[in-house]
Design a protein around this ligand. Structure first.
Ligand SMILES: Cc1cc2nc3c(=O)[nH]c(=O)nc-3n(C[C@H](O)[C@H](O)[C@H](O)COP(=O)(O)O)c2cc1C
Length: 189
């Protein structure tokens, strides 16, 4: 690993996507950050926000003809940790079933959980989180060696109260640094 680990964040289509801008504040002093987005994620936060924050190009399409090698393969080679946050019910289902049809799912498929940590921080409505399909997908992914940062209970953007709120950015940052072996990093904004 280089002095500064390279963290790639795959952002998915959830209202909690804006929290990744806050999360970046906790990561930036100790890591290089690149963001990839699903098409749905771009409905919630503009790629320009992540470009400005990270200083790195944001991957929003598999089809930008700017690289001789596919960008997702380069990134999968370079990254030290892949964080999927917020992880939707949809991306968990795709990861569990090997679907790779946009930048984030393709990055997941191009990375192996026994080579580098791949971490999901889910965020979704309580019913989506407790849906037997999601429960089964999470179980499958855990068994394959993927890491999870559990969602919290509380007020959800959809008006519900219950389990499914994205873990606080500081909590995510702490766990990410721990998985990189950087337990002594102080997570302050
Ligand atoms: C306003 C709004 C908020 C949403 N929030 C979530 C969410 O927090 N978690 C989730 O799993 N899906 C959420 N969805 C549904 C996803 O955006 C939808 O399933 C989408 O297909 C996910 O695509 P992606 O996984 O490729 O990002 C939301 C949809 C809308 C319209």
């Amino acid at each position: 690993m280089a002095d500064r680990p390279h963290i790639v964040i795959g952002v998915c289509g959830s209202i909690a996507a804006f929290k990744i801008a806050v999360l970046h504040k906790y990561l930036r002093d100790h890591a290089e950050v690149t963001v990839a987005m699903t098409p749905s994620a771009t409905q919630f936060v503009g790629p320009q926000t992540f470009l400005a924050l990270t200083g790195n190009p944001v991957i929003t399409s598999l089809w930008e003809p700017t690289h001789s090698k596919p960008k997702h393969i380069d990134l999968a080679d370079e990254l030290d940790l892949l964080l999927i946050a917020p992880a939707t019910a949809n991306i968990l289902a795709k990861a569990a079933h090997g679907i790779a049809d946009e930048p984030v799912s393709t990055l997941i498929m191009s990375s192996l959980p026994d080579e580098k940590p791949i971490v999901f921080a889910p965020a979704m409505n309580t019913r989506m989180w407790k849906n037997p399909a999601t429960v089964e997908n999470v179980k499958t992914l855990r068994e394959r060696g993927y890491h999870f940062i559990a969602p919290e209970s509380g007020d959800l953007a959809c008006g519900w109260q219950g389990e499914g709120r994205l873990a606080e950015p500081q909590v995510i940052a702490k766990q990410v640094f721990a998985l990189l072996g950087l337990d002594d990093v102080k997570v302050t904004g």
